[in-house]
Unconditional design. Structure first.
Length: 477
């Protein structure tokens, strides 16, 4: 699925209006789709709360359709609508919809029976909500919590940044459902969005060829992105790629071993590990002495290096050597810290970095206050080169192109899961797959999803390992 940021979605909307018909007609279509979603919940009463922008116009028109369908409706309009939203307001008066200029009294809403339409803020939001708009957001969250009112947000929950999915200020609406209209919004899949959007729906409003009017800014990771062939029946360990793990030093041998086992689970022929703790390694991994000469010799035997899981400053020379090599590289954990501290010349060969939030901040240096993760991807690429996997809710992979992984669950917030991801990335590169970062991210999160499907809400990192091959099998053509 192609995803749009604020600017690209607004451009798409302007072009559709220019070539497909007036904006008010598009607004009416949006409202009708919203009402179809709301009506499914058999509400006792519809409460629409509209801000002054086009999202407010959508909410007003949704209230109009509910009224025409003989439902009990209350519509609060905060501020003075303009343009198509003003046309919606004028239309509402012609059909007898009563417009309120204040928020409802919480006592008016009936517990567990009503549906509230959130049209306070939309794509135009660019700063922290204040005054009546902030009050409306807080009111919506209060009635949802206290009165169990079912909340449906239009395009994205009010208070979310339409570019990044982060909360713009103090709070954002926590919706039960969000309906994205005309274009799927990338902000609904990453950052804080998973806590706010509820169930996501999308309607193209009948503009089935909308892609010709706009350019996507990112893409949702889906299985159809990848083409994975089954391992040939006559293959052997020398034909399935080899991975070297530089990690598992000091007391962090477990991190290196997890990365190595994850790479092995992808079906590569051999996995080497360069560690002083070689005698404790899992039997599936081939131990390499940490002497530089032994490392140089091993580099001639592998297709990719995964450096950093469980590593420390005693491996700085090893990292310099690997960075200068022409082998594909995956940098994780200490490897990223080394990169931030040394800022070596950019590599000319393929490499991928896999930072979590804290590592991203350190890598960004003077740009560390930048909170938009899509911008962070571009900055990291400009500073260091390479491709990046920004781990977290709605993991981002990119840039050019940028992919968004639709998975947000604290089940992965435990030590070692990042090491498993790094190993999977290495395995995908060793196999020669394109989109290795996006593919590995998908395999990693789907492995966790299979654990969730077994009714387990907790895991340890090694639990992921047995699911790697299962997910890959489902992807094979």
């Amino acid at each position: 699925m192609k995803l749009f940021d604020k600017q690209s979605a607004q451009l798409l909307e302007r072009k559709v209006i220019k070539y497909e018909g007036p904006g008010f007609r598009l607004m009416a279509r949006a409202a009708l789709e919203t009402w179809k979603i709301a009506k499914k919940h058999s509400p006792r009463k519809i409460w629409a709360i509209a801000g002054p922008g086009n999202n407010g116009g959508d909410a007003i028109m949704t209230a109009c359709f509910a009224l025409l369908d003989r439902y009990d409706v209350s519509c609060s309009v905060l501020g003075q609508p303009k343009g198509d939203a003003l046309a919606a307001l004028e239309f509402s008066k012609t059909i007898g919809l009563k417009i309120h200029k204040r928020l409802p009294n919480i006592k008016e809403l009936k517990t567990g029976c009503d549906v509230l339409i959130d049209g306070v803020l939309g794509l135009g939001a660019s700063r922290s909500p204040k005054g009546r708009l902030l009050g409306a957001i807080n009111f919506i969250n209060e009635v949802r919590a206290k009165k169990k009112v079912f909340v449906i947000s239009i395009d994205l929950p009010s208070g979310l940044d339409p570019c990044s999915g982060q909360v713009l200020g103090q709070s954002a609406v926590k919706a039960d459902e969000t309906i994205m209209l005309l274009s799927p919004k990338q902000a609904c899949y990453t950052g804080h969005a998973s806590k706010h959007v509820g169930s996501l729906f999308f309607s193209d409003l009948g503009i089935t060829n909308y892609h010709k009017y706009g350019t996507k800014t990112s893409e949702l990771i889906k299985p159809n992105l990848f083409r994975i062939e089954r391992i040939p029946k006559i293959s052997h360990k020398g034909t399935n790629g080899s991975v070297l793990i530089l990690g598992g030093w000091g007391n962090m041998q477990g991190a290196g071993f997890l990365a190595g086992l994850a790479a092995a689970r992808t079906g590569v022929g051999k996995v080497f590990i360069c560690t002083p703790n070689s005698k404790f390694r899992p039997m599936e991994l081939i131990g390499i002495d940490p002497k530089l000469e032994d490392l140089k010799s091993c580099l001639k035997q592998v297709n990719v290096v995964v450096a950093g899981p469980g590593l420390n400053e005693k491996a700085d020379e090893h990292l310099h050597l690997i960075w200068k090599s022409e082998l594909p590289l995956v940098l994780d954990a200490y490897g990223l810290r080394w990169l931030a501290q040394n800022n070596p010349p950019k590599r000319t060969t393929n490499w991928i970095g896999t930072p979590h939030h804290g590592e991203t901040v350190e890598l960004l240096g003077k740009y560390k206050t930048e909170s938009n993760r899509f911008v962070q991807l571009t900055l990291l690429n400009e500073i260091y080169g390479g491709q990046w996997i920004l781990k977290g809710p709605g993991t981002l992979v990119g840039p050019n192109p940028t992919y968004v992984n639709n998975f947000a669950n604290g089940i992965l917030a435990t030590a070692g899961t990042g090491d498993v991801l790094a190993g999977i990335v290495g395995g995908m590169i060793a196999h020669g797959y394109s989109k290795a970062g996006a593919l590995a991210t998908y395999i990693h999160s789907e492995s966790a999803r299979k654990i969730l499907a077994q009714k387990s809400s907790r895991l340890i990192a090694s639990d992921l390992l047995n699911n790697i091959g299962v997910v890959i099998n489902e992807l094979e053509k």
